[in-house]
Design a protein around this ligand. Sequence first.
Ligand code: ATP
Length: 483
Amino acid sequence: LTNSLQDIISHAKEYGFVFPSSEIYDGLQAVYDYGQNGVELKNNLKTAWWKAMTQLHDNIVGIDAAIFMHPLTWKASGHVDGFNDPMIDNKDSKKRYRADQLLEGKAEEYAAAGQTEKAHTLLAEMGRLLGAEDLSGVRDLIIAENIVCPISKTANWTEVRQFNLMFSTQVGSVAEDSSLIYLRPETAQGIFVNFLNVQKSGRMKVPFGIAQIGKAFRNEIVARQFTFRMREFEQMEMQFFVRPGTEMEWYKEWKETRLKFHKAVGLPVEKLKFHDHEKLAHYANAAVDIEFEFPFGFREIEGIHSRTDFDLRNHQELSKKKQQYFDADLDENGKPFGNYIPYVVETSVGADRLFLATFCNAFTRETVGEGENEKERTYLKLHPALAPIKVAVLPLVKRDGLAEKGEAIAQSLKSSFRTVYDDGGAIGKRYTRQDLIGTPYCIAVDYQTMEDDTVTIRHRDTMEQERVSIRELKEKIGYQVSM
Ligand code: ATP
């Protein structure tokens, strides 16, 4: 059975993973809330990342910087002048589009029809025109390619304008002394401005890294594909400071390390691939995306960028504060490497995109049984360490002390991992409820339990049951649910 994005969105809502924001007011575009199960899954992913990046690396530490930053930060980073998307409106439908996405869509059409050369030419032409000061050529190309608005079906387009993606607001109590401030569009800058604070207070030696998880905001023109492109989202970034000249080694190393992480959290290797950037951002000398195959195709979930000293150098220039590091290690002539501005290799993954990838990958519908007993089964095949609930304790019936026994078992497991107790309805229905949210283990309490203190563990994926003693539960399950 193939899953559409629509099936996934419905499941996420129905079982408490993701809700549209402010839904009673018909929602707010490209903003979503995580529900009772979604927050657990997302927290588990964040914990896995945090552990992989900080706990497992002696030379990486974490920080938690504020969302608001001094406005000059965004001047230095290039976001005030360069963080733009080209937008175009259709005059009839009044709908707004990203000019580059319209052209990319057309190129995809050509490619799908086997006209690869045409697709390449179009993309190259687009790249050239988007780089120009005057964007009128982009509009001409859209018209020449006869790209019509999906809604109005006309090619009645406005001019192409640059649209800055940063949200701004005012700080200050009264209008006169208030000043313009931005909501950070990436978490990275909170790390750059704290580079020396961390280096000095932590006595860090290059190479070392700083990791952070936090919210970022972008006023995306076209918000589509559920939580793939949100206006408020969360990033998990790590900036790794290295000696200039060694950045390519580290870039290669981080590429491999990060791919391994995605496999470790359960994304299958055939749904992951690298996509090297041919066109590099202004700050990078090498860049690659890790892409995951969503129901709508291979798309970026993480970016790995060799950012050179672009950010630290610009911060040094604007702040007039030296952003240098003294490297006492000796070079091949026996002299210390001395003072320099470190180069940076960054890894940047969206917590929400990783969540969506994990959710899409886990969503499983299978036909089980044969003949008359054939039925469809839906479950979330999540890595046990990521599952919102690890264990459900289910007494076969409520009477004869089974309920009390079940409650006591649940109580004894709670402090070790997230455990629920459920005695409502037929046991088959209760298994199904847990399958739908991805609980890896269901413990059934039956009459035999009352005699010999054993229970059955039912495994989510295989539906197989095994008999184990209550004493063994904590260790047996604890081993499976850690990463
Ligand atoms: P895209 O090309 O898809 O807009 P990007 O290249 O601008 O992404 P980066 O600036 O490299 O993205 O950000 C790093 C990561 O942050 C991305 O790999 C993605 O996982 C996440 N991210 C970026 N924008 C969004 C968004 N609007 N919604 C959710 N996650 C996002």
